[in-house]
Write a protein that binds this ligand. Sequence first.
Ligand code: HEC
Length: 402
Amino acid sequence: MAQPEKFDRFAKRVLANQYSEKSAAELKTQLSQYAIAMTDWAARNRSANPTGPGCFDALNTLMNATNATSAGNKDNYRVPNMPVSYPAIWLTQQEDRVLWNGAVHNMAMRRVGEVIGVFGRTKVTPVANGLKFETTADLKELDKMYDTLMDLQPPKWPESIFAAIDRAKADKGAKIFERESCAKCHSNRPPYPQTEPNIYGKQFIKVTLVPFQEVGTDPTYAVYFVERTASTGILAPMFKGSAYEGKSDVPAAVMFLGLLANFTMSGLQELKPTPDELVSMLGHREMPTLPKNDTEVNELVKSLLVYRAAPLAGIWATAPYLHNGSIASLHDLRLPPEKRAKTFQTGNRQFDPARVGYQTAPAEGSTKFDTSVPGQSNAGHLYGTKITDDERAALLEYLKTL
Ligand code: HEC
């Protein structure tokens, strides 16, 4: 905006036949407010723990938007310091739970969360009979957009670009996959194991939630989600009838899930759907409710101190691995932790078909990932690490076929 001619060109294009001196001046004010808000956003959400491409702390950034910005409560901002690896996008619509700790089951909530996370706006205002929840998320369009995601298939290993798959070796790997109980937690290809029918008679792809102590990977992300707190401020009425009624501080996760549910429902109600349409837009999934007593609080906490074992379809294409992206390749994941790379570069765009992951040599725009930084440990998930080198190679060959 320091360059008036540029702004004028922009305003003429944006406003088209609405362009006038007055409307251009209004646009300028809006744009400056937006620029201030974005600068503020960037400063607030700057991670002290930058990990570069492939990893981002979307959850804590989103919780800053819901728990602090939407309720005008600056006390609830926290520095997002738990970057996680981007999970695969295919099959997520059909899965029972999303997020690395499986915290979200309702897909409409997930969509609204994603919009808020990338600059959608939300607002909570106290009104006579409680609170008013507003969101700029367009639930109708989101519904259409996510419908198309149902057709997205896991990518196939491109044999013509990388090496052809050695079928005999992969068959041997399939047996090792069974022998090492991988299938106990991960489904591999259709038909995927399904959950029991829910109240709408619908079933979803079952993901296995494993207590973090059992899988042994870095606990920081799951534990922080449960321990982060938030002050209720104007949101106090939202907790009426729950175990947190009258409390000035509550778990940030409970506030986040409660707010997301309310933003989603208010967004959907605005569309005035019939009961059937509403259920369909909720993806035939139930809405979470706030825990009503200590027993429900304990159950919720326990359910969140887990990591999600998802189907491994297309897993070859999703490096780096584990929730915190601390393992560069599928080859490294099969090694005992002391043999896994302690530091590596992320952001190299060249694929390494032998190790199945991106190359880890420095490249333009790459960043060093250091597994000694808190939250970035590459420990745990020891399944299939005590096998011979030949077996390891066979298992890797099999994982390429998924
Ligand atoms: C007891 C359950 C369990 C067993 C058995 C198990 N896994 Fe996992 N697996 C998990 C969990 C939980 C995670 C996520 C851990 C995390 O992100 O911290 C995971 C993560 C993975 C990942 C990384 C996923 C990603 O998107 O980054 C791969 C690949 C994988 N497992 C393959 C295997 C293979 C191969 C075997 C057998 C040798 C196996 N797993 C056995 C529970 C299990």
